[in-house]
Design a protein around this ligand. Structure first.
Ligand code: CA
Ligand code: CA
Ligand code: CA
Ligand code: CA
Length: 623
């Protein structure tokens, strides 16, 4: 999140020219977009290079095409996301721990996640909460919440019986994985000055194993974290990103010096901190290998991470979104070390060469060509960036040509995910918004703290259209949005989502499916990976699905969105294709599997070295 507090007045003057805010905003937006477009035109070399690389790469990479296959052309559609929070029995309300000191922590939390902690086939929900500060100290510390999915559309708060109880630590994010390969997913909570690893005991309870594991990340303000097997030894390692060096005991005063105008400080007021990489030793302990891996980098002011093979060499890479600093792109050398290509990658900065307020990160094959494009969300008056992957570890800022630059300019965006919400075979985009400053309206009368979510539909060819208006008032009602976790909690093949809102009630939205008759019949496949030689979660596995003229790629990735944990199953929308011709899987161990003639509309469990195993995912019971 760039620009607030001390610099605000100055920038405000530039931006609005002192005129009436509404028309001025339109003008400013238009100007900015126009300028960006001009800059695009002004760098024909970059354009030509990008197009050429893509032209060379597409046939080789995909045997496919950037164009919409005929099978999905007939499905122009929207879906209906229905707010089912109340009906589902979810009553989590994030505590923002507000104080008149305007501690930076107060406005940044928190994440949300999906975890099938009891392995009954239904995703359960977890919400991260704040904690104590010197200026907010109720008798009972705010607690995270674990909600068990009852399999009938309702959830039950099982936090206490699961043994999850925190000590007042102020938490921000969650990362889920089965780090010890025992078949039950574990919980890592990132926090201010301390983070916690909860081991899943397999009987519905968890044990805090942080001290023995050595992953407390003590002293740092941890935000996003992700699990991946960077050295491909079959054991999941942990990447923790840290934000600024903020001292809660000695708060700095920012904002204008008049009543009500004190504001959360700009990240420029604080030094950065390095991400940390913890290597899993396989005996319940981890070793901090940050320096050895070449990842020590104190420029980090990190809020999001995505762990995926970005250059296609089989080794998982690291993309970290930084606030007011260049994003980090670290490519895996395959020998336990990484090389920093942030400056040369094209994804470190905006197209104009500016570092921006990176708050979310995702990577997905949105063009169905096997190349994982990046999305990074930012503060208001910055564009959320869409970086096209050239396939060689370099990226091209395609925000404007993709159509994603147009409509979210005055919002501040946190959680964001690419996912195929209408199952037409093209991964779409959901962006969760909410400003940083609770008193932003005093500074910018036309900007609000709570903001509308944005939904974008992928129409093929690397282009998106804003589909927010297809949603109802419950979806569009402004919130101080933060964490976003996408997952199919009722196993009906239509992806649903959870949102954690700062200082507000959390939300669960059910995807009711397509609203247009033709698209209602869109097919899908979800893949539950069970690694054997590889890590049990199969994180790092690469999948290529072919169904008629649809070719779609995905990876089991770590991280994603803002401080949140996603459905671990790999979801493919298939459009009109009722059958999968081939599903090719390349496991992190190097083992390859090809599965042929799979029927659509099911969740398949695929075991490394064995193939499809008979596990049947339960369908939701009628309550
Ligand atoms: Ca469950
Ligand atoms: Ca490992
Ligand atoms: Ca789609
Ligand atoms: Ca669903």
């Amino acid at each position: 999140m760039l620009r607030f507090c001390n610099k605000m007045n100055h920038r405000q003057t530039i931006r609005y020219g002192g005129g009436s805010p509404f028309p001025a905003l339109g003008l400013a937006t238009g100007l900015a977009v126009g300028l960006a477009a001009l800059m695009l035109l002004a760098s024909p070399a970059a354009w030509a290079q990008g197009s050429k690389q893509e032209a060379q790469r597409l046939p080789a990479a995909a045997g496919g095409t950037d164009k919409r296959p005929s099978g999905v052309a007939a499905n122009p559609s929207a879906v209906h996301f229905r707010d089912v929070t109340q009906a589902a029995g979810i009553h989590f309300h994030h505590e923002r721990a507000a104080s008149d000191q305007k501690l930076y922590l107060e406005t940044m939390g928190a994440g949300a996640g999906w975890i099938d902690y009891n392995q009954d086939g239904f995703l359960d929900a977890i919400f991260v909460n704040s904690g104590w500060t010197p200026f907010f100290h109720p008798d009972k510390a705010p607690q995270p919440a674990l909600y068990r999915n009852n399999g009938d559309g309702t959830f039950t708060d099982v936090t206490e019986q699961a043994g999850i109880h925190t000590d007042g630590t102020f938490f921000f994010g969650v990362a889920i994985a089965d780090f010890d390969n025992d078949g039950y997913p574990d919980i890592y909570l990132t926090g201010y000055r301390h983070s916690v690893l909860y081991h899943n005991n397999g009987d519905g309870t968890f044990t805090d194993v942080t001290a023995a594991a050595g992953v407390g990340d003590d002293g740092a303000w941890a935000t996003a974290a992700g699990w991946f097997d960077y050295d491909r030894d079959g054991k999941l390692d942990l990447l923790v990103t840290n934000y600024v060096q903020f001292d809660v005991d000695h708060p700095v005063t920012c904002g204008e010096k008049k009543p009500g105008y004190r504001a959360y400080c700009h990240p420029d007021s604080f030094s950065g901190s390095s991400p940390r990489l913890y290597h899993n030793n396989g005996d319940g302990t981890f070793t901090d290998v940050t320096r050895k891996a070449g990842l020590e980098n104190k420029d980090g002011k990190s809020l999001a991470v995505v762990l995926a093979d970005l250059n296609g060499d089989g080794w998982p890479d690291i993309f970290i979104a930084n606030d007011t600093q260049r994003n980090f792109v670290y490519l895996n050398n395959g020998d336990g070390t990484f090389r920093d290509v942030s400056y040369s990658s094209g994804a470190g900065f905006s197209e104009e060469g500016r570092p921006e307020a990176g708050m979310s990160a995702d990577a997905a094959d949105v063009r169905n060509n096997g190349l994982y494009d990046l999305y990074v969300s930012h503060l208001d008056f910055e564009l959320n960036r869409y970086y096209r992957n050239n396939g060689d570890g370099t990226f091209l800022d395609a925000t404007i040509p993709s159509g994603l630059g147009r409509t979210n300019y005055s919002n501040s965006s946190f959680g964001a995910r690419f996912f195929d919400f209408d199952n037409d075979g093209w991964r779409d985009l959901l962006v969760i918004n909410g400003h940083i400053l609770d008193n932003i309206a005093l500074y910018h009368p036309n900007v609000t703290y709570a903001e509308e979510k944005k939904l974008y539909r992928n129409v093929g060819g690397g282009k998106f259209v804003d589909a927010t208006e297809t949603q109802d008032q419950a979806f569009r009602a402004p919130r101080v949005g933060r964490g976003l976790a996408v997952g199919d909690y009722d196993n009906d093949g239509w992806l649903d989502f959870l949102v954690n809102n700062n200082g507000e009630a959390a939300q669960l939205f059910h995807n009711d499916g397509a609203t247009q008759p033709a698209a209602k019949k869109n097919h899908w496949l979800a893949v539950h990976l069970v690694g054997a030689k590889s890590n049990r979660d199969g994180i790092g596995a690469k999948l290529k699905l072919t169904a008629g003229d649809l070719v779609s790629y995905d990876q089991a990735k770590g991280g994603m969105s803002y401080c949140s944990a996603q459905d671990p199953r790999i979801h493919f929308g298939l459009g009109s294709h009722a059958k999968i011709d081939t599903l090719e899987i390349e496991w992190p161990s190097g083992e390859r599997q090809v599965i042929r003639n799979l029927p659509a509309d099911q969740i398949v469990t695929i075991e490394e070295g064995k193939g499809v195993t008979p596990y049947r995912y339960p369908a939701l019971r009628k309550k």
